[in-house]
Design a binder for this molecule. Sequence first.
Ligand code: FES
Length: 162
Amino acid sequence: MVPYSPWDIAAAQAIIAPLAARKGATLPILHALQDEFGYIDAAAIPLIADALNLSRAEVHGTVTFYHDFRSEPPGRKVIKLCRAEACQSVGSERLVAHLKQRHGLALDATTADGELTLETVYCLGNCALGPSALVDGELIGRLDETRLSALCGCRAGAGDRA
Ligand code: FES
């Protein structure tokens, strides 16, 4: 589990202020906020816009353009499954289908109990050892259905999430 801080406007302002003077500050600020809180809270948008003299729409557009930025808090565990070409060629789409059919888990979503967020990524630089995933920031290779089920907290081969 990645220990994110709960959203806090004063803490967000303390992150934004020192970065605001940098050239091209929007992305560094968004990354810093997501590193701290796990996502970009909607309340951060006007703070960033004011600090950078941008419109709220411009900041919102940047957040939604980049797939990496979340607009909701992630689950306690975050698994990013690679679906780029090399991993596809060794079974990543089979794993996606397994998650959905066997466990009812969808990519780019968080389970209702807040335990797990599954996300799509496109290449983790581990192509020779695919299918690959990042599990709470740790790179995992040679994934198969049984291992992925276990990583997701599902009982391997026993059906749905408990
Ligand atoms: S394609 Fe999956 S790690 Fe490169």
